[in-house]
Design a protein around this ligand. Structure first.
Ligand SMILES: [Zn+2]
Ligand SMILES: [Zn+2]
Length: 407
């Protein structure tokens, strides 16, 4: 069973949210501001704390691993009594009736409580400004991308991330380590490519996790569990190690052993007991802030995002307004108007006798026009043109290599 929490204003009872610029909790209804310490000490929300010696590495096998990430959950809004339906992995939900965010505490409590949270530092209007500046470089941008239309689509999200450190040391002379490698723990809302272009985050500015930082934002819990996150990273490390040292050794072996294709060679190497050689594992669980804007145009998704702590932007290209739209809105009505005008003139000159003939003719021309337009539209919309984003062309997507140390 899930518990819902909503932080209420001590002055007026309306919901309060984390205010980025004031770094405190604010009531949008009566404008009161409360600092976080006051909220933590006065609004007592029962928290099922983790044990003080809790260790993700040791407990990874026993803590919650997702079983049904696509399931839905249903809640009753504490403010208005409306029904909120949300995906099972969301740790907050927006009530569709009163538009308030509620926090689903059972996704953030006990063993699966995040260790740390990086609060939002850059407000959404900065994201909107940067986005508008970027979009204004181009002409003939579809309406869906104009800043007035996108404003309401911008979502402040807390993304769950594992931070993992370990050393892979199969031999004495050479080892490789990862240091605080961030592993995206839920790729349902943000794809890996987008997330890894927003790095780095300043982890030194993180806070001990408290629900007050995420009040008023969208947040989700991990769907990639601790054990899976570590395991997949371990095998990547092993593969890199083998490629850099082990495979070289194999290629020196006799010809009889050689005819293994690279894939099979890798498979064989990966079967070597991995856990034995992994040392100094450290794992922590963070929520990090991201501003996210998804726009769907002609069935294609475009994503614009900003690191909510540092303000670093990540953009997609922008599609050019499709010619199909021009065809539909300009040329097609023009053809129709021409047709009507011709029919009118014909009726005027030749009298009522031929009206029926004209009408029949007009009907067939309309049908032809309809199918011709349809095929034209299809042809034109297949030819998509995008604006190239000069300023962001060389956006770096961070990878495990950026967190690796070789000894
Ligand atoms: Zn208030
Ligand atoms: Zn509600």
């Amino acid at each position: 069973m899930s518990d819902l929490n909503e932080y209420k204003c001590p002055a007026c009872g309306a919901p309060i949210h984390y205010d980025i610029t004031k770094e405190s909790m604010t009531c949008h209804f009566c404008n009161s501001t409360f600092d976080l310490e006051y909220i933590k000490s006065h609004i007592i929300i029962p928290v099922d704390e983790k044990l003080s010696d809790f260790d993700w590495v040791e407990r990874s096998r026993y803590v919650w691993e997702p079983y049904e990430p696509d399931g839905l959950e249903e809640f009753t809004c504490p403010s208005c009594g409306g029904t909120i339906v949300t995906k099972a992995f969301y740790a907050t939900a927006k009530c569709p009736f009163c538009r308030n965010y509620v926090i689903i505490s059972s996704d953030l409590d006990g063993d699966i409580r995040p260790d740390k949270v990086i609060p939002f530092k850059v407000p959404s209007n900065v994201f909107l400004e940067k986005y508008t500046e970027y979009i204004s470089e181009f002409k003939n941008v579809p309406r869906e991308f104009r800043s007035k239309d996108v404003q309401k689509k911008i979502v402040g999200c807390f993304i769950p991330v594992w931070r993992y450190s370990c050393t892979y040391r199969p031999e004495e002379q050479f080892d490789i380590s990862v240091n605080h490698y961030p592993i995206l723990a839920n790729d349902a809302d943000i794809c890996e490519e987008v997330f890894y272009s927003l790095l780095p985050f300043e982890y030194s500015d993180s806070e001990d996790f408290s629900e007050s930082y995420i009040a008023g934002f969208s947040a989700s819990r991990y769907i990639i569990g601790a054990e899976n996150a570590m395991k997949s990273t371990d095998s990547v490390l092993q593969a890199i190690y083998n490629e850099e040292s082990g495979v070289k050794a194999i290629s020196n072996k006799t010809e009889a052993e050689k005819p293994l294709d690279t894939g099979r060679k890798m498979d064989r190497l990966l079967k070597v007991g991995l856990n034995k050689y992994i040392q100094n594992r450290k794992l922590s669980y963070y929520l990090v802030p991201v501003w996210l804007l998804d726009i769907t145009y002609n069935g294609e998704k475009f994503t614009y995002a900003m690191n909510g702590q540092t303000g670093k932007m990540r953009v997609d290209n922008v599609p050019k307004k499709s010619k199909a739209a021009v065809w539909t809105w300009l040329i097609y009505p023009l053809l129709q108007a021409l047709l009507i005008a011709c029919a009118y003139l014909a009726v005027k000159r030749m009298g009522m006798g031929v009206i029926i003939l004209i009408l029949v003719l007009a009907f067939f021309i309309s049908v032809f026009n309809y199918y011709f337009t349809k095929s034209m539209r299809k042809k034109l919309s297949e030819k998509r043109v995008y604006f190239k984003s000069g300023r962001f062309e060389e956006q770096k997507v961070w990878s495990i290599n950026d967190f690796m140390i070789r000894h």
